[in-house]
Design a protein around this ligand. Structure first.
Ligand SMILES: NC(=O)c1ccc[n+]([C@@H]2O[C@H](COP(=O)([O-])OP(=O)(O)OC[C@H]3O[C@@H](n4cnc5c(N)ncnc54)[C@H](OP(=O)(O)O)[C@@H]3O)[C@@H](O)[C@H]2O)c1
Length: 218
């Protein structure tokens, strides 16, 4: 099959009850061993993509640190260009390739601020970010594999449109509960199982007290 968009691998660490963060937004779930596995996977991809809330909540670096390998390009969905100047992503964008994806909804002030930084700004969409458009642009830039690292809203955007090719989930031996805790995939949700997206199990590996489950699109 000839591809017209990058391959998307959804990656997350999840509790037994399907949450990726507690109701306060705490997402520290995985072990050191799992971080090594994740960073190995990161080093094999062209880019890592996250939504703005994950950036605001976790302030991640999105680099390869627990394994030797190249850093992928970091892609942040931030339609209004509100990424904080003191975030780790902005502080390191002179060293690690970074893309901010905005929509036409961005203010002049935020755009001018971002334009002064050594990063790429991609416009995709008028109000919201149009994921299909974005993937076309990224593919043209030779980005062939993207590790989708959440959060919940962003995962839904990709899942609902059928853009997720593989899912790699670490199941941590934790139950956190809570109606407002963040689940792996949020958004509107499908009405019934018939409409849901289907995957097939490719592999399961056991890491001491954790499971890593690997699915691919049916
Ligand atoms: N355990 C794990 O592996 C893991 C991994 C990642 C995240 N998390 C947790 O997940 C939580 C954040 O998840 P979240 O669902 O609140 O937010 P999110 O998916 O990280 O970010 C959503 C935001 O991204 C922006 N965005 C722009 N275009 C979008 C589009 N087309 N689709 C979706 N989002 C778009 C929107 O902000 P604008 O409208 O301003 O553009 C939107 O509100 C945090 O607590 C984080 O710690 C856990």
């Amino acid at each position: 099959m000839v591809r017209s968009r990058p391959k998307i691998i959804l990656s997350a660490a999840m509790t037994i009850d399907g949450k990726i963060a507690s109701k306060s937004g705490d997402s520290k779930l995985s072990s050191k061993k799992d971080k090594i596995r994740l960073h190995k996977l990161r080093s094999k991809t062209d880019a890592i993509l996250i939504g703005k809330n994950t950036l605001l909540r976790d302030d991640p670096l999105l680099t390869v640190r627990y394994h030797k390998g190249k850093n992928p390009i970091r892609i942040i969905l931030d339609s209004k260009g509100e990424i904080p100047p003191n975030s780790k992503i902005i502080k390191t964008c002179n060293k690690i390739p970074t893309i901010i994806v905005a929509s036409q909804n961005i203010s002049k002030k935020n755009l001018n601020r971002l334009k002064k930084l050594p990063l790429q700004i991609i416009f995709a969409g008028t109000k919201r970010i149009n994921i299909q458009k974005l993937l076309k642009i990224l593919f043209k830039q030779k980005i062939q594999t993207i590790l989708l690292e959440g959060g919940s809203k962003t995962n839904w955007e990709f899942i609902s449109k059928g853009f997720v090719d593989e899912i790699v989930i670490t199941i941590a031996p934790i139950v956190v509960g809570g109606q407002t805790s963040t689940s792996l995939v949020g958004g509107e949700g499908f009405l019934n199982m018939q409409k849901s997206k289907k995957f097939k199990l490719k592999n399961i590996s056991k890491f001491k007290n954790e499971f890593v489950v690997h699915y691919s699109k049916l």
